[in-house]
Each structure stands twice: as C-alpha cells, then as structure tokens.
Design a protein around this ligand. Structure first.
Ligand code: DP6
Length: 361
C-alpha cells in the first residue's frame, strides 16, 4: 500500500448525522519506537503486545454542517469539556484531512474516557488516537456505502492512527503488532501496523503485564520532543540498526518460546530507550530512584527463584512487569509483597495481552 491508496475516490452516500463508539487498547512495546522522520515515519521498526484492560472508549457524534473551511469539534473527557486536548486533535485532523476529505463537512463531538486512572502516567495517546481513527473510519465506511473490507478498514485505521500518534497504529488489531519496515518481517510497513505474521509459542499467549505506577507526575519530555532528540544523536544510527537486529532475533525467540532470550532482549530494549534519552542533548533521566529499586528487586527475585519475570519501561518512570500466566500466582505474590510499596499511592494495574479494538456501537 502507498499513501495514495488511502485517498478515497468519492463518496456514494450522504450521511446527515449519527453516533459511533469504539474502544481501543493501549500497547506496550517490546522493541521500542524512538526517533521519527517527517510525516510520522518511524526511524526503526517496533513490535508491541496489545493490552487488554487499559483502553480508551470514544463516542463520536457527527452532524453535517455547511463547511466554513475550518474543523468544527468539541472534546469531552469523562463528560467534561477538555479544551486542552483540542490542539492535538486539530493537528491530527490537519494531517489526515486529505485521506478523510469529509472532515470539514461535519461538526464532531468527541466524548472519551479511559479505563485506567487519568494522570496515571500511562500514555493515553495510543489508545485515544486509535479509538478516534476507528470512529472516523466507521463514518467513512458509511459514506462509501459499506464498500470496504475489514482488512482495508483496519489498515487505514492504523494508518490514520499513526498520523495522530506513532504508537497508536499498533493498537488496532492483533496481540502482537509490528510497525516499521524491516527485512525479517514480511509485509511490515512504515505506514501502518500489521499483525505479527509468524508462529508464536503458547507461552507468549496470555502474557501478563502488571503496570507499577511509580510516578504519576507530568511527563518531563513530550514524546514529540523525545523523538526529535534522536536527530543528530551520536548513537542514533547504531540504535536504529540494533532495532532491526532485535526484530530478527525476536522472530526466533517468539517461535521457540525462548524466555531467557526474550527477557534479555526486552530489558535491553527498555534500558536502551532510556540510555538514548540520557545521552541526547539536552539529556533527561526519566527513571526515578524507585524505578531502579524495582528493577533491582526484579533481578534479585529472578536470580533467587529462576522464575521468568522481566520488565520493560516506556518513556517514563513506570515499570511494566512482564511474565507468563502460568507463573502468575507466585509472581503476583512477589509484586504485592515487595514491589507495590514503591508505587505512588500503592497503585498498580494488572493487565495482560489483548487482541485489539472493538466497535461498541
Ligand atoms: C517510548 O507514539 O507517543 O512509548 O508519534 O510522537 O505520538 P508520537 O510518539 P509516541 O511514542 C511512543 C514511544 C515509546 C515506545 C513505543 O511505544 O514504541
């Protein structure tokens, strides 16, 4: 697919008004997207586990209007007008307008809520942008007289979500999703996420992700600023080529169910992401002392018990604790007894691998 193929020829139907609702999950990257080119093109491939419980639910109400050349929309979070979300959505609309030429012909009410606590430090941009992209696709599908198939619908939804927030393109469908062209993954694309197309060992089905909310403070660095720090970064080229190597290695690991190699690769990715931030100019430390304490506790527990517990991080202080479901009784006991004390207000979220977005209405 090229970008051109996502531009619709013409719409066969007129739709005056309606409502559509989608719920879309967050995702956690195993190989991290960090660094992008213009138009939300990633510098390197990434792969993520889709989450199951951490979701955004978005209801889009649309009503036809006489276009005045601008976008017309309002945004509500948990039923309350949220004007601070508007600039990001305005930018999103500008980026996707040529692919959704109906945007200025409607007034939209975007009502959104998250299943995870607001300001928990969990990024809602992946779930939020993917939910909005899916709602807009549902309207486009009606305008096209339903003349698009599910594969195209999902691909374009992912393509649009990417233009809102890169990682959002990995939240549409599938338990493991790849984004970014890389030779070892057939069909991989810089334009949208694809379901991981190869065999995956049963141990990686029902994988658990317990998210420890270490610090719920405002993000120190926005992801856009963070990605930009990779331009001219002294280690950028090596990092991008490492991501390709990791994608290739992961293919073997996922097939074989090789947990030791999985753990090394995933933890190395998380620490590399943070190392990139620590070695950019300006530089940032996004971990907190408690993040490090938790990591050390996890390593100690793994050494003492031999259990396959590991961690990953996003661009912040929170820790995602990853483990197979078969070990969850013991590992959860350890988390509750030893790790929860490091969480702000003892807050943590038990999640697991999920399968993507769902239309609710
Ligand atoms: C560290 O997708 O939030 O979570 O494209 O600027 O919206 P934008 O960035 P975003 O970056 C996420 C980066 C990450 C790693 C990842 O999810 O792969």
């Amino acid at each position: 697919m090229t970008e051109q193929e996502f531009i619709p020829a013409s719409y066969s139907k007129t739709i005056e008004k309606g409502v559509v609702t989608w719920e879309s999950p967050s995702n956690i990257a195993l190989v991290k997207y960090w660094g992008k080119k213009p138009n939300q093109i990633p510098e390197n491939p990434s792969i993520s586990f889709t989450l199951n419980h951490c979701k955004t639910i978005t209801e889009l109400t649309y009503e036809k209007r006489d276009s005045d050349g601008s976008f017309s929309f309002e945004v509500l979070l948990d039923g309350v007008q949220k004007d601070s979300f508007k600039p990001k959505i305005e930018v999103f609309f500008e980026r996707v307008e040529s692919y959704l030429p109906f945007l200025k012909d409607y007034h939209f009410q975007i009502e959104t809520k998250n299943t995870f606590p607001h300001s928990s430090g969990i990024a809602s941009s992946a779930s939020g942008m993917s939910a909005l992209a899916l709602c807009l696709m549902s309207l486009e599908k009606q305008l096209l007289g339903d003349a698009i198939n599910d594969a195209y619908f999902n691909e374009k939804a992912s393509f649009l979500a990417r233009l809102g927030s890169g990682s959002a393109c990995r939240s549409i469908e599938g338990d493991l999703v790849v984004w970014g062209e890389t030779p070892s993954i057939e069909g991989s694309s810089d334009l949208f996420g694809i379901r991981y197309p190869y065999e995956v060992h049963a141990i990686f089905k029902e994988y658990q992700d317990t998210i420890l909310l270490i610090d719920k403070g405002e993000k120190q660095v926005s992801s856009t600023v963070g990605h930009n720090l990779m331009h001219g970064h002294p280690y950028a080229l090596n990092r991008f080529s490492q991501a390709h190597d990791h994608m290739k290695s992961l293919k073997t690991i996922l097939k074989a169910g090789d947990l030791d190699s999985f753990i090394s690769l995933v933890e190395s990715e998380a620490l590399t992401l943070h190392a990139m931030m620590m070695t950019s100019m300006p530089y940032f430390i996004l971990m907190k002392p408690k993040t490090l304490e938790v990591i050390n506790k996890i390593w100690e527990f793994r050494k003492n018990t031999g259990l396959p517990i590991s961690f990953t991080l996003d661009a912040g202080a929170n820790v995602h604790v990853l483990y197979p479901k078969s070990e969850s009784v013991e590992i959860l006991k350890f988390i509750e007894n030893e790790l929860v004390a490091y969480c702000q207000n003892e807050q943590y979220i038990c999640d697991q691998i999920g399968f993507g977005a769902n239309q609710i209405k």
